[in-house]
Ligand binder design. Structure first.
Ligand code: NAP
Length: 277
């Protein structure tokens, strides 16, 4: 029997989620459909109530509804509660359960190039919504050290305090992070600095970057940010935001269907749509 899945956001016209999920349904020969719904913030409650009345099987939630939607769900899992946002909802026998697959999707993608983080000094740049998902998951994963830097230092401190972790999370200023950049093995930009149209901006100087570092940017528009170009020129391994986007989508797909989709194919569909590398 056909099932309906969706995306609630505002705006959603440029989202690549319908393309990615509908292709994955086709690949798995599932007669399901994924539809994006542009929902004004004032209409969010009605939209969630409506989806439940219609028996929709699950949906994703994107900007600006990820926090607000939690109020209208029947339950929210522990990790999403710590992150403070939901990006995936599953209809479990008529109840809507909220999850957050952003952090785990990111981590799975990072681990395909970093293998093991237990011997790595990890630096997260930024302390906004995406950083919350990533730091929450990283703080439950073994890293040698975990450091956050952010323009507004207070937000980094708040995030570190909220993440339960056996060892402390260090907070440094952007200037300190840039000065000590050679001390980090994995550097992750979670800020919007460098995103189109401000493609000449970089979030942090990489002047003293070491060649063996992994430099990861959550942005995928542009596909390779100026920051990643600089890192590549310095010999570092680079990783863009496509992996997180596909990773979070694959985990949502798995929660909805119980099937692990073909990640490579999902990535190819997205990259092709964006015009290739
Ligand atoms: P957000 O909650 O608004 O957080 C923005 C972050 O960027 C904050 O840390 C903010 O610092 C910092 N920032 C913004 N402008 C800055 C500037 N001019 N100088 C220094 N820092 C600045 O946004 P978000 O939802 O976390 O998204 C952040 C980025 O991640 C976006 O580019 C988004 O597209 C990307 N993202 C990618 C994926 C994916 O699947 N690949 C998923 C989610 C997000 P302050 O705290 O000082 O304001």
């Amino acid at each position: 029997m056909g099932k309906l899945y969706g995306l609630l956001g505002h705006p959603v016209a440029h989202s690549l989620s319908p393309l990615m999920h509908n292709d994955a349904f086709k690949d798995q020969q599932l007669p399901y459909h994924y539809q994006a719904f542009d929902v004004e913030p004032s209409q969010l409650k009605q939209a969630v109530v409506g989806l439940k009345a219609l028996g929709v099987s699950g949906f994703n939630v994107t900007i600006p509804h990820k926090v607000e939607v939690m109020k209208y769900l029947d339950a929210v899992d522990e990790e999403a509660k710590i992150i403070g946002a939901v990006n995936t909802v599953v209809n479990e026998n008529g109840t809507f359960i909220g999850y957050n697959t952003d952090g785990r999707g990111y981590l799975q993608s990072l681990l395909t190039i970093a293998n093991d983080l237990s011997d790595k000094h990890v630096l997260v740049v930024g302390a906004g919504g995406a950083a919350r998902a990533i730091v929450t998951v990283l703080s439950q994963h073994e890293t040698k050290t975990l450091t956050i830097t952010n323009r507004t230092k207070g937000k980094a401190e708040l995030l570190a305090d909220e993440c339960r972790r056996k060892t402390a999370i260090d907070i440094v200023s952007l200037a300190q992070a840039a000065e000590n950049i050679a001390g980090y093995d994995v550097i992750i930009n979670t800020t919007s600095v460098g995103m189109s149209p401000n493609i000449d901006d970089i979030p942090l100087s990489l002047e003293h970057l070491k060649e063996s570092a992994i430099v990861s940017d959550l942005i995928y528009n542009p596909f390779k940010t100026k920051w990643l170009h600089i890192a590549e020129e310095k010999g570092a391994t680079i990783h863009n935001g496509i992996g997180m986007f596909v990773g979070q989508g694959a985990l949502a797909f798995e929660k909805w269907t119980g099937i692990r989709p073909d990640l490579k194919r999902m990535e190819e569909v997205v990259i092709k749509h964006l015009g290739g590398k």
